[in-house]
Design a protein around this ligand. Sequence first.
Ligand SMILES: [Zn+2]
Length: 162
Amino acid sequence: MRLAPLVPLPPLLLLPLLLPDAAQAQPLALPVTPACISSPFGPRELANPRASGDHKGIDIPAPAGTWVRAVAAGTVTAIRRTRAGTGLEVELRHADGLVTRYAHLGTVAPTLANGRRRLAEGEALGRIGRSGITTGTHLHLEVLREGRHLDPAPFLPIAPCP
Ligand SMILES: [Zn+2]
């Protein structure tokens, strides 16, 4: 993991870092720490009809106000706010063509709001909120290549929430 955590991780959360799979996909830094997956990528069968359908990313629970950080160096290609769905969202494009989206944000980082477009890996892009249609506070993270959504999980040192 290239992004050093600011606080020591509990032993349970270090476990995915030790699994051999974590090193095989192209590694990205965690957008929030500690991190686990509360809702995985792909089709989901939830009782809540508003949340049903194809899940185009993964959900990482975090307290409101937690800083969300760029998973790799990149350029801001969009900051959008939709009335529903993903709410306030930041989109980054990375050197290798990978695109990452960070949704349900509460606020965008002042540097981005002031027009800065380049972000280093690990740099803050916004704070966790609950904009859009969401239950609880979490980051909805999407990874795209050539317009296709990929499962972000293999890119990250992350495991399902206990
Ligand atoms: Zn989601």
